[in-house]
Ligand binder design. Structure first.
Ligand code: ATP
Length: 272
């Protein structure tokens, strides 16, 4: 093939023609005795607004960490746009944006300085960094706090500046771990608008969330995880199967710890 990327672009997994945005096969991770991810085959077609959902401890964060090159898998293959993440991490990292869980930022920089530093680390010319930073600050509604230190930012402001930093180099795929957690409805709306604009241009978003209503409203593709595996995956309508996504989720993962008649008999009773 004549591509300068040569063999790198040849998918070694299974896709023919245009590769999917994200593909994993048999992704596996164990922490001591605990199997966190037990052979995940995740697929996200290009241009999707994809939701990764699952109960607490299902393995979402561990999966996203392995896909984005932050955590080395014990087994399996991960490709982004047909490029093997763990064989060519530098190329992959230049093409993805990540908003990880427990986002760590340079607290002693202002929001504006943080974007500038990120842009320079990515090798973007200074003038272009400034131009993009100003636009992102404006769109994220951070203009008034752009010169405040990040340490003084609220949770929502941190998510917004984190998302701005993840978008600055114009990635082709954006991974977001619980982007709306702790974010007020106004800020959440801003994040949603930015993300919708981003996917409308053909880029891909993959985000994990517990908020089914939001996933149902935003996503056209859903992957459901339970106990370290994908239990359902496909276009939103298919996964829902005529139910609400919340009901489909409960049907798929099973309701746990119900037992109204057992335990907690003391709760709410009048103190003796
Ligand atoms: P949540 O929705 O609660 O964020 P999750 O789906 O993101 O959960 P993970 O954080 O990936 O789940 O965790 C999957 C399993 O792996 C859990 O049982 C968790 O306790 C375990 N685990 C995750 N990270 C570690 C670690 N660093 N060391 C030990 N066990 C871990």
């Amino acid at each position: 093939m004549g591509s300068p990327w040569g063999k790198i672009w040849q998918s070694e997994v299974m896709s023919e023609g245009i590769p999917d945005s994200v593909r994993t096969r048999g992704l596996f991770k164990r922490f001591g005795q605990q199997v966190a991810v037990a052979g995940v085959d995740l697929v996200v077609p290009r241009g999707s607004f994809a939701g990764l959902v699952g109960p607490n401890g299902a393995g979402k964060t561990t999966t996203l960490s392995m896909i984005t090159g932050l955590l080395r898998p014990d087994g399996g293959i991960t490709e982004i746009d047909g490029v093997n993440v763990w064989r060519d991490p530098v190329l992959v990292k230049s093409r993805i944006g990540v908003l990880p869980e427990g986002l760590r930022l340079f607290e002693r920089l202002s929001g504006r300085e943080l974007l500038s530093y990120n842009g320079q680390l990515r090798g973007i010319p200074r003038q272009e960094v400034e131009r993009r930073s100003e636009e992102l600050i404006k769109v994220m509604d951070l203009a008034e706090s752009a010169d405040k230190l990040v340490v003084d930012y609220s949770t929502g402001m941190r998510k917004k500046i984190g998302l701005a930093a993840a978008l600055l180099h114009n990635p082709v795929v954006l991974f977001l771990d619980e982007p709306f957690e702790g974010v007020d409805p106004v800020s959440a709306n801003t994040l949603v608008e930015v993300l919708q604009r981003y996917t409308a241009s053909g880029s891909t978003v993959v985000f994990s969330s517990h908020v089914m209503d939001l996933v149902e409203r935003l996503c056209d593709w859903v992957s459901v995880m339970n106990r370290g595996q994908i239990v359902a995956q496909g276009p939103l309508q298919e996964v829902r199967g005529g139910r609400s996504l919340n009901q489909a989720f409960l049907d798929l993962v099973g309701v746990r710890g119900g037992g109204e008649e057992e335990g907690l008999t003391w709760l709410g009773s009048t103190p003796a």
